[in-house]
Write a protein that binds this ligand. Structure first.
Ligand code: FES
Length: 355
């Protein structure tokens, strides 16, 4: 079970007016991660603990960890990071976590697509850098949506990468509030835009995997358009952002109202870090809240069914999940649930956070 560890801040650089790139050196020296993964940070603000997840933007072989933090309107962590975070400080973070990646094979000659909106570029940049460095025969086409040129995160870095890998990296900037020489590149990334791009600029038939990260409407538009052109679902990977919280996949969630909460108490047994504890809990409380109320340090980040940090397995009894934007169907079939979204519906539940 991943736990929080200390990371020394060795650099803070502004990439746009309202976004910083933070370089981190883990105190334990372990810098391993997979391209496209994220870290979950925790910090106290006014006596309250806030947890936020930010994607790693470096490539797997660069030997450093950097995360991109874009300021979110009213976002306490992102505002603090943009205004007060300095080299020499220490942060606490859990992870890396997330499955927004495909296996790397140096012998593969693949064509990957990336679709990013705003700060959704962060994990996609990590994937691009890793593919360019580790799959010398593969190509990448990035479609990146922003409001204006000035709001493009990692603009220079992307240009440098393009100059270095002219024949392998193609970048299409789509700008919402700025006219461009080619009219197709102005506006939003929606279904109409995708249709035009796929007709004239992007070859979907030869695509191996598409990575999509950004606001939900953009992601849905791209996914629908890719599916309409015949790209199989298993070759489309999502990373949903809700107010800067990355999650793993886009899944329809049953309406919370559809859950019938039965009255009474449930006897819950929770295993975490090899130790099991039992307690009584009310059936209107989530497994995560009940565990935390009973002094069990269960992992969590978004509390919104998006990040999968609270993933656990139900070994006995039944629970109802009100929202799931994170778990794949096969995980749910194996009994995995999101503790932050699950309430018990049987007299007894046994839950394991370790596997
Ligand atoms: Fe993020 Fe539960 S804490 S899905």
């Amino acid at each position: 079970m991943a736990r929080f560890r200390e990371l020394n801040v060795t650099g803070v650089r502004k990439t746009t007016r309202d976004a910083v790139v933070v370089t981190l050196a883990p105190a334990d020296g372990v810098t391993e991660f997979k391209q496209g993964q994220y870290l979950t940070f925790r910090r106290e603000f006014g006596g309250e603990e806030v947890r936020r997840s930010y994607s790693i933007c470096t490539g797997r072989t660069e030997g450093i960890i950097q995360v991109g933090i874009k300021r979110v309107e009213g976002g306490v962590f992102s505002s603090w990071a943009n205004e007060n975070l300095e080299t020499g400080m220490t942060l606490e973070a859990m992870g890396p976590a997330g499955s927004f990646h495909a296996p790397i094979d140096p012998a593969r000659a693949a064509h990957y697509l990336g679709f990013a909106g705003g700060s959704g570029i962060t994990p996609v940049l990590s994937i691009i850098k890793t593919v360019l460095a580790e799959e010398p025969l593969s190509r990448f086409t990035l479609t990146y949506g922003n409001r204006t040129m000035g709001s493009i995160m990692f603009r220079e870095e992307l240009e440098d990468l393009k100059n270095l890998h002219m024949r392998r990296l193609n970048i299409i900037h789509v700008l919402e509030s700025e006219a461009q020489d080619i009219e197709l590149f102005s506006g939003r990334i929606d279904e109409a835009k995708c249709r035009s791009l796929f007709e004239r600029w992007i070859d979907i038939e030869g695509t191996d995997t598409a990575f999509i990260c950004g606001p939900e409407p953009m992601m849905l538009a791209v996914a629908t358009s890719l599916a309409a052109r015949g790209l199989p679902e298993e070759r489309i990977k999502y990373e949903l952002f809700t107010t800067s919280e990355p999650g793993r996949a886009l899944r329809p969630a049953p309406a919370a109202a559809s859950i019938e909460v039965s009255a009474g108490l449930t006897r819950a047994t929770v295993t975490l870090d090899g130790a099991s504890r039992s307690f009584e809990m009310e059936r209107r409380v989530t497994l995560l809240d009940a565990a935390l109320d009973n002094a069990i340090d269960a992992p969590f980040a978004c509390r919104a069914g998006v990040c999968s940090t609270c993933r656990c397995r139900v070994l006995d009894g039944e629970v109802e999940m009100s929202s799931n934007h994170a778990l794949e169907d096969h995980e749910v079939a194996q009994g995995y649930v999101l503790a932050c979204q699950s309430i018990p519906i049987t007299d007894r539940v046994v839950v394991d956070f370790d596997h």
